[in-house]
Write a protein that binds this ligand. Structure first.
Ligand code: ZN
Length: 509
């Protein structure tokens, strides 16, 4: 029960890169062994749950993907909300109790107050800590706008936040009741959040904004949706840029230096490289225990970012907000209803997104049009491929068993720093991206039909296994389908490309 409460309200993975202990004492070694064992157990359990989710996703009667009991818990997240779990009562009590300023001062803690935040901390004064209430106040109007919150419920809202380096002083001041669930980084209720200090200024702010998002949703909406949505939204809104007194929530990091300690893109890239990328359907099916690990935070963030940024899916994604106040099953039925027509395409695009996830990812320039192409009427056709876009549909359908000559010409820009880089379809041989020359022309024949189709992501999209065309090659598709083209470049660096290629596709007689 305790574990459920912890996870329901985002205790563990409200985490970024974990700091590495450097202590080599016997106790530290024993601690480390214990942690390794715990992690191994947790990973085994996660794998078992993933297998169970995959199995359940294939059952024909399945409607709401989130209605998947974990091996140790058969109740839904919704049930848990109806019935406060052990620890939440203590948390709510602590949130409602008037602050004892004398006890706070006696414990050597500082209290910093703004319109919407009362921050109690044992951290010494520093600009990055002392400005947190100001940062929080700047986040509030952005939460109201984006989450369409009722202003009257937020106008007088003042969240109590404890930011702790040493827990003991907070216990002494009555701010960390013993009934509170165990948590690793942060824990949120409507009226109060608890945060452990973090190694970077960025991640400390991020964690406050993450828990603040939960608290704002609980306060104004009563609930925050199923686990992937609740945690994904908190991560999405908390990923921010803070510069020159201006706060921007929902910021897509342009490089690693912008969000030190966050590591969401790094986790997703490493998972993909190791063959462990999580299909979108499995992210949507996360149960209330999934977020004990860091990886589900990365995938939940990625899913919300993808759905809210993709030109074809974002408008419908916004409509989901209206269903947050319903139980999780109704929320997921609404999601299914909104995306029913292109669920397969959405899952295939998720694969393309995950495979090319980079800092500065450009959603506009990488959106894929899956419309099936048409047979070559006169045996040959020439099309234009833009250098500054991701996969482009040629409109040409190739037939299995036929061999085609594909030839490309053109000169186009593939970078503008430190100087303009020009490329031809053979690519720039002294610069590489993902193992191939930068700028080289790639092609993939995507079989007709629903693409990846399967609910759990099915087989990899053909767009994940391109062939190199360069200046020219022969293509003999094993399956009939539409041929797609793009030049080889990072999806985060399309903005500095310019120009076109002319590509001729000709059936060999
Ligand atoms: Zn959370």
């Amino acid at each position: 029960m305790l574990a459920i409460a912890v996870v329901s309200f985002c205790a563990v993975g409200c985490g970024g890169d974990e700091p590495k202990p450097r202590n080599s004492s016997a106790k530290a070694i024993a601690d480390k062994k214990r942690r390794v064992n715990e992690r191994r157990d947790a990973e085994a359990e996660l794998e078992a749950r993933k297998r169970e989710m995959r199995r359940r996703l294939k059952e024909p009667d399945l409607v709401p993907p989130n209605h998947i009991p974990s091996p140790r818990e058969s109740r839904t997240f919704a049930d848990l909300l109806e019935e406060p779990a052990e620890g939440e009562g203590a948390a709510d009590e602590a949130a409602e109790k008037p602050l004892d300023d004398a006890a706070i001062a006696a414990a050597g803690l500082r209290k910093l107050t703004s319109k919407h935040l009362t921050l109690i901390t044992d951290l010494p004064s520093s600009p990055a800590v002392d400005e947190l209430p100001q940062v929080f106040d700047l986040a509030v109007p952005q939460w109201i706008d984006y989450l369409k919150l009722d202003r009257t419920k937020i106008d007088d809202w003042n969240l109590r936040a404890v930011l702790m380096k040493d827990k003991e002083q907070f216990k002494a001041a009555g701010l960390l009741p013993s009934g509170l669930p165990e948590f690793l980084h942060g824990f949120a209720r409507a009226g109060m959040v608890w945060l452990h200090d973090q190694p970077t200024d960025y991640y400390r702010r991020h964690l406050l904004l993450h828990e603040g998002t939960h608290a704002a949703m609980y306060t104004a909406l009563g609930r925050a949706g199923p686990p992937w949505y609740s945690e994904g939204m908190a991560e999405y809104l908390a990923t921010h840029r803070w510069a020159d007194g201006k706060l921007t929530l929902r910021h897509f990091p342009r490089d690693r230096e912008e969000t030190p300690g966050l590591g969401r893109i790094k986790i997703a890239r490493e998972e993909f490289a190791a063959g462990n990328a999580t299909p979108l359907a499995l992210v949507l099916a996360y149960d209330s225990l999934a977020h004990r690990q860091n990886e589900p935070y990365a995938w939940s963030w990625a899913a919300v970012t993808f759905l809210d940024s993709h030109p074809r899916y974002r408008e419908r994604f916004g409509k989901l907000l209206a269903h947050v106040e319903q139980d999780d099953a109704s929320f997921n039925v609404a999601l299914r209803g909104l995306y029913e027509a292109d669920l397969a395409a959405m899952q295939e695009e998720w694969q393309v997104f995950v495979a090319s996830l980079e800092h500065g990812y450009d959603f506009e320039k990488t959106a894929v049009d899956f419309t099936p192409g048409e047979d070559l009427a006169s045996g040959a056709a020439t099309i234009t491929v833009a250098a500054d876009r991701g996969w482009q549909n040629s409109g040409i359908r190739l037939t299995a068993g036929t061999t085609y000559n594909v030839a490309a010409t053109g000169k186009y820009q593939v970078a503008d720093q430190p100087r303009v880089w020009w490329s031809e379809p053979g690519g720039v041989s002294i610069r590489y991206y993902q193992g191939r020359p930068l700028g080289v022309l790639l092609a993939a024949v995507r079989p007709d039909g629903d693409g990846v189709g399967e609910l759990d992501g099915g087989q990899p999209s053909a767009l994940l296994q391109p062939t190199t065309v360069g200046l020219g090659t022969e293509v003999s598709p094993g399956q009939s389908g539409t041929i797609f083209f793009k030049i080889n470049d990072s999806a985060g660096e399309l903005g500095d490309n310019w120009g076109n290629l002319m590509v001729e596709v000709r059936a060999k007689s």
